[in-house]
Ligand binder design. Sequence first.
Ligand SMILES: N[C@@H]1[C@@H](O)[C@H](O)[C@@H](COP(=O)(O)O)O[C@@H]1O
Length: 270
Amino acid sequence: MAEVIIVRNEEEAGEIYGRCVADLIKAKPDAVLGLATGSSPLAAYRALAKIVHEEHIDVSKVRGFALDEYLGLPLTHPESYHSTIHRTVVEPLGLDPEKVHVPGDVLNGAPLEDGDKIAAAGPAYDAAIEAAGGIDVQILGIGTDGHIGFNEPGSSLASGTRVKTLAEQTRIDNARFFDNDINQVPTHCITQGIGTVLKARHLVLLAFGSGKAEAIEETVEGGVSAFCPASALQLHPHATIIIDEEAASRLRHKDYYRYAFAHKPAWQGI
Ligand SMILES: N[C@@H]1[C@@H](O)[C@H](O)[C@@H](COP(=O)(O)O)O[C@@H]1O
């Protein structure tokens, strides 16, 4: 069972993540952070940046690996995850851009037809994560269909980084970043696999709002199933799920989660 923490709002969730990662970097200056795009982690990145600046934490050695990237977008496209990660994480935190990697970096807009290049990029990315000693803390959002990274329903729970076809629901959800025009949303992506995600030492999944309530119910209290990729977190020995009341609204055991967190010894951290 993952630990479920129910918070008042995104800021409170962000502070919990920020404190956890700031302490990690103090103890391990070359920590490896797993990074995610989407709106859910933004308050967490802001909270971490605030602590880093206030406490003068040296982040020059911190390394990062993002979860996923669209296929076919040049790195310079404002909605490429390369651009997004640099804008929302690398710059505000003051990380060394050379130490932060996004799965599509080597592809830089290569077309889907460029099979050899694209097929090699996934295993090379997993090898790079391994060579870095593995990810210490992986932050995750969740799609309304339960996807993590871009692992859509049906993804193998043992998958490594590879190319996937985006679900239509995901393209609809993400059209807001592309002038609300679904035709501009790429059809394919390269994403860390669920097996890759499960290798990180600590997973922190954030979800807010009623739109995520069903996906959170399936993730936390449903069976482990490829049809809700986030349910794979139930297999991880150290997963923390931080959600607001709306995202928690369908959980049956809310009272227990609240009770357990309120009575947790401080030394355990998250
Ligand atoms: N690939 C990303 C996911 O990593 C993210 O979790 C999801 C939810 O985004 P949001 O947090 O904006 O709801 O969006 C995209 O599909």
